[in-house]
Design a protein around this ligand. Structure first.
Ligand SMILES: [Zn+2]
Ligand SMILES: [Zn+2]
Length: 220
């Protein structure tokens, strides 16, 4: 028995049924693919509804992602402030980082005839840090004669007394990389060079401080 199209009070002779809503539909109330071909089992109203659900879902997901991103940003900001505060407390208590991560050298003139220079150790500029974990760093590097290339490495990472996050010196092989550093800025993440969980850094530094007898103080 032939049915009439029930979409939009149409009434034209139906040629099929919509699988989703079960109503009979005519040729012009049959959904079309983006290429213009007929979608055999779907009416135009259901197609519109499905598209809207998809849009709503992706809007909702985008919103949730944004909320999560801001929440994380807030947590990281709080953690970074606490890290900076802890560094200040450690310094105030007279503690210095234990691990040398940069060995500094300087050129000095030797022999007042020749003006020859030699490299000498430069202890004032050695860099020391507290080890706070291994993190993923992105950098571009040159090795020997090979062209510069982008790399990602898990690197041992340290907190310095002058409020930086730094990696260990990587030796002469990576002559232009050596160690890397980023400042700790509560309001800004380092630009794409390091993926860091500041809460984890804070946890590590808190443990180090506790072992040294320094306990995190509120608002200092
Ligand atoms: Zn339908
Ligand atoms: Zn119709």
């Amino acid at each position: 028995m032939a049915a009439d199209c029930e979409i939009d009070d149409c009434g034209v002779l139906a040629i099929g049924r919509c699988l989703r809503c079960g109503r009979p539909m005519c040729t012009s109330h049959r959904a079309l693919t983006p290429q213009g071909g007929p979608v055999i089992d779907q009416c135009t109203q259901c197609q519109t509804a499905i598209a809207k659900e998809g849009r709503d879902r992706s809007q909702r997901e985008a919103l949730e992602a944004e909320v999560a991103r801001r929440a994380r940003q807030d947590r990281m900001r709080t953690a970074k402030r606490a890290i900076l505060s802890l560094i200040r407390q450690l310094a105030a208590a007279g503690h210095r980082p234990d691990k040398k991560i940069r060995h500094a050298q300087k050129q000095v003139e030797v022999g007042w005839w020749t003006r020859r220079t030699e490299s000498r150790e430069d202890p004032e500029n050695h860099l020391y840090g507290w080890f706070v974990g291994t993190y993923t760093w992105e950098y571009s590097a040159m090795s020997g004669d090979r062209p510069r290339e982008d790399r990602t490495s898990e690197l041992r990472t340290y907190i310095t007394l002058d409020r930086r996050l730094a990696t260990e010196d990587r030796g002469p092989l990576w002559s232009d990389v050596r160690g890397m550093e980023v400042g700790i800025d509560p309001d800004r993440e380092p630009p794409g060079r390091i993926y860091i969980d500041w809460e984890q850094v804070l946890a590590r530094l808190t443990t180090i401080a506790r072992e040294l007898g320094v306990h995190a103080a509120e608002g200092s």
